[in-house]
Write a protein of this length. Structure first.
Length: 415
């Protein structure tokens, strides 16, 4: 009996569904529209090229990327298509393509533009997007990425986004840490933008607002249930990936990225406090600071060091060391989430039926490198720790082919 050889696109489809779709009861490939199908082919081939280090596959993936880009841009010209789940997911998949080590033109610029485009689509989609788990999940992912860009560029989160976040909160599960983290990061993004524009300049106001947001972040950490709990283990290896004498094991990739998101936020808050204290003093010497400022400075430095250490303690599991799931080299394909259990659902009260499966998007690649970069950028970072973080970022790119990681490493090298 003749069995036809699967085409390159069929291989891409199979790779995508095996490695990026979180629910094996999802709709079939035939259920997707042509635009989303083009994006699936591009990301699937990108994954194959990354796994096999194949230059030929990279070229083929880049061709599919151009096709997907054109079809998505065409869809975005239609008011009807722009509001569809499949179109938003296509934009998110394009941004994923641009985070891996391929030949996408101007990958960082393209990634940023697609994140901005996804945020604009959220506004057009309105409150109806929260009716299904897929819509809720995609909103959370897109809003989180956009808030990160707002923080990086010191710009306010648009009012339209804040209104949607308030609406989405009605559909989020009670005490959902992922949603509460988004709300806290939006507060910090607005504060950082106000400081950058000199709208907020007084030391006391800056510290008060930072501590208020920090209290919200600490509440998220203290009020999680067992589904988010991690285990602290003593280090029993000499591998370079173990920087501390302990490390963490997390129940899922969502758990580790959420915990690190909280730590990253607290790092930024206390760096802001430290800089505000330094600016408030006529002298950079300790003698120029009041007892209250000295006390807050010591407290903030202590928190910076603690958050740095906790972020670094998450890295061994990323590379498969000491986990129950097995070593990285035992896996057919290696991704940042390979040594973590999958979680198919973000807690939500949305009850509508989704026609699209839950999928990993760019955040799966960018979350840990970005958090490591923030950890390496603080005033509390020793030269030894900074060198370790830089080396680890380069290793993340080498192992998982995340171009962003090496770009962030180079930024740290230049600081």
């Amino acid at each position: 009996m003749y069995c036809p050889t699967p085409s390159l696109d069929q291989h891409a489809q199979a790779f995508f569904f095996t490695n990026y779709v979180l629910d094996d009861t999802s709709p079939t490939y035939d259920d997707f529209d042509a635009n989303l199908t083009n994006c699936i082919k591009a990301v699937g081939l990108a994954g194959i090229a990354s796994t096999h280090r194949s230059a030929n596959m990279e070229r083929e993936a880049s061709k599919r990327y151009i096709i997907a880009l054109r079809s998505t841009n065409m869809a975005l010209r239609s008011p009807v298509e722009t509001r569809k789940d499949s179109t938003l997911l296509a934009v998110q998949l394009l941004s994923m393509f641009e985070t891996v080590d391929l030949n996408a033109p101007r990958p960082m610029y393209s990634w940023t533009e697609h994140v901005k485009g996804a945020a604009l689509m959220l506004s057009l989609r309105g409150a109806n997007q929260f009716r299904t788990l897929t819509g809720f999940r995609m909103f959370l992912q897109a809003a989180y990425s956009y808030t990160q860009i707002c923080i990086a560029h010191r710009i306010h989160v648009p009012q339209e986004m804040k209104v949607l976040v308030k609406e989405g909160a009605k559909h989020a599960a009670t005490q959902d840490p992922t949603w509460r983290l988004l709300e806290a990061k939006i507060l910090y993004a607005d504060l950082a933008a106000s400081i950058a524009k000199s709208s907020v300049t007084k030391y006391g106001i800056i510290v008060e607002r930072c501590l208020d947001i920090d209290a919200k972040a600490r509440a998220v950490m203290s009020e999680t249930n067992d589904d988010w709990a991690y285990t602290i283990l003593p280090t029993q290896h000499n591998a370079r990936v173990f920087y501390l004498d302990y490390y963490h094991i997390y129940p899922s990739y969502l758990a580790v990225t959420t915990w690190n998101g909280i730590r990253e936020l607290r790092l930024m808050l206390h760096m802001t406090i430290v800089h505000a204290i330094q600016r408030s003093s006529a002298s950079s010497k300790p003698s120029g600071l009041s007892p209250e400022q000295l006390g807050q400075l010591a407290s903030s430095h202590g928190i910076l060091e603690k958050m740095q250490s906790e972020i670094i303690a998450t890295i061994p599991q990323l590379f498969g060391d000491g986990t129950a799931s097995g070593a990285t080299n035992q896996l057919t394909c290696t991704f940042p989430w390979s040594n973590f259990r999958s979680v198919t659902n973000i807690p939500t009260r949305s009850a509508g039926i989704s026609t699209l499966p839950p999928m990993r998007t760019a955040g799966g690649y960018t979350a840990i490198p970005w958090t490591l970069y923030i950890a390496g950028s603080t005033d509390a970072t020793s030269s030894h720790m900074k060198s370790w973080i830089i080396e680890t970022l380069h290793e993340i790119n080498a192992v998982f082919r995340v171009k962003l990681a090496s770009k962030l490493a180079k930024l740290l090298e230049d600081q």
